[in-house]
Write a protein that binds this ligand. Structure first.
Ligand code: PA5
Length: 429
């Protein structure tokens, strides 16, 4: 279960402000559950958990196992909601230094020609024994038209068709049910296709084939991840307390004039997940002149850089910390010699988890004293089940909180503005 600790934020809000916000959050929660809010045609991220499609989960796991047994490298080509979810879970659970199965590489999430060129060179580099590397590619785009993804896909699939005789068997595509350029390419080439349901928007799509296929290829148990989310779904249908608390606290702080939410964690494994949260909240709430800017921070690293600004800069910052309660590594500090030359003997034998915990507690104390309200979101362990829970927790929180602002959480009209200007400059009809 995911819990919230708002103790270090409560001193910044009066009881009246909080109870008004709680009532509003309750109403917003009803709007999500009853499908009466703006954009309710995009509530499919709840539908898929209320009615799990086990056959699809099994099929994805089976297809991914086939790729795992054959691929040296799996390239995932997508941007925004079409890549952050997979990246978040893979970075959280896969070993840091040694790949457990095919190497997973992301592409199509920016327009660096250098990156793409070096990627193709890297894919083309032979194995140590001189044979060709085995590369598989999954392109993910709901619209099928996103330029960053489309350009990378053109480059990579052209290369794959030149390099492999069976390229069409190595390429899969995850896209909307019908229409769009990508569907035309899939039909013409016969690529394997996964469908993103119409009622699930990009940033809410990690538990559809968008996220599940790459996550399964990385060797992570997608059934456990998915059913973790189902467990959180079932729990929150019975008890809305945590979501209402969180949404009410953030809303009350926004109304007090806070402008930035630094979302951080003392677990570097969760930095990808924080990027996913950043997109989920930012793209959902940032409309009609509203919203807290969601900034990402990795601790304790960033305490030695932006930590100074958080502690003593303009007082318009709140902080959300994603906390993992139980240790997930038994690494401890080695014993020193008697002379204690490095003066660290007082920590000999201590778990790194416990030292990190003291850094967390000390930071919460210092930041709160410095005028920064801190909210803690606590997961029990770092594993697939708890991450599944955290995914749904954040999806539901985002929908409830953004309804409190009176805007549609599920669209992103502002994203079109840069595209229009870019296409005009590129001379597109
Ligand atoms: O949340 C969203 O809808 C966006 O972030 C999209 O996922 C992103 O723009 C990519 O779109 P597409 O999957 O259509 O290429």
């Amino acid at each position: 279960m995911i819990t919230i600790d708002r103790t270090s934020a409560s001193g910044f809000i009066t009881d009246d402000e909080y109870s008004i916000a709680v009532n509003k959050a309750d109403t917003a929660f009803d709007m999500v559950v009853n499908g009466t809010g703006k954009g309710s045609e995009w509530l499919g991220w709840r539908r898929i958990l209320a009615h799990p499609n086990d056959a699809e989960l099994d099929e994805i796991a089976g297809y991914a196992a086939g790729i795992r047994s054959k691929a040296d490298i799996f390239v995932v080509c997508g941007i925004g909601g079409s890549y952050t979810g997979a990246m978040a879970i893979i970075r959280a659970l896969n070993p840091v230094f040694k790949q457990n199965g095919p190497e997973i590489i992301f592409a199509g999430h920016h327009m660096s020609g250098k990156y793409l060129k070096e990627l193709v060179d890297y894919l083309e580099e032979p194995r140590e024994d001189g044979s060709k590397k085995s590369v598989y590619l999954n392109v993910i785009s709901k619209s099928g038209t996103t330029l960053e993804t489309a350009l990378a896909f053109r480059t990579l699939r052209n290369w794959m068709h030149l390099f492999y005789d069976d390229a069409e068997k190595r390429i899969s595509a995850t896209t909307g049910p019908e229409g769009g350029v990508l569907n035309k390419i899939i039909d013409a080439e016969g690529y394997k296709k996964y469908v993103i349901p119409d009622d699930v928007g990009g940033r809410f799509s990690v538990l559809t084939p968008v996220g599940l296929l790459p996550i399964a290829v990385a060797g992570i148990d997608i059934q456990t991840l998915f059913y973790g989310a189902v467990a959180e779904f079932n729990k929150s249908e019975e008890d809305r307390g945590n979501i209402v608390d969180y949404a009410a606290t953030r809303y009350a702080l926004l109304n007090k004039g806070f402008a930035v939410d630094v979302i951080g964690s003392f677990e570097p494994e969760l930095l990808g997940f924080i990027a996913w949260i950043q997109q989920l909240i930012g793209e959902s709430e940032g409309k009609e002149g509203k919203g807290l800017y969601p900034a990402a921070a990795g601790y304790s690293t960033d305490l030695h850089s932006v930590g100074q600004l958080i502690q003593e800069g303009e007082r318009n910052i709140i902080e959300t910390l994603i906390v993992v309660d139980q240790p997930f590594s038994d690494a401890s500090v080695a014993g020193g010699d008697e002379s204690d030359t490095d003066q660290l003997n007082y920590l000999s034998g201590k778990l790194f988890h416990d030292i990190n915990r003291s850094a967390l507690n000390g930071t919460v104390e210092a930041h709160t004293d410095g005028g920064v309200p801190v909210i803690k979101i606590i997961m029990q362990k770092l594993n697939a089940q708890q991450l599944g829970r955290l995914i749904y927790f954040y999806e539901l929180f985002t929908a409830v909180y953004v309804y409190m602002l009176g805007v549609n959480p599920f669209n992103q009209p502002g994203v079109e503005d840069y595209k229009k200007a870019m296409y005009r400059l590129l001379g597109k009809n």
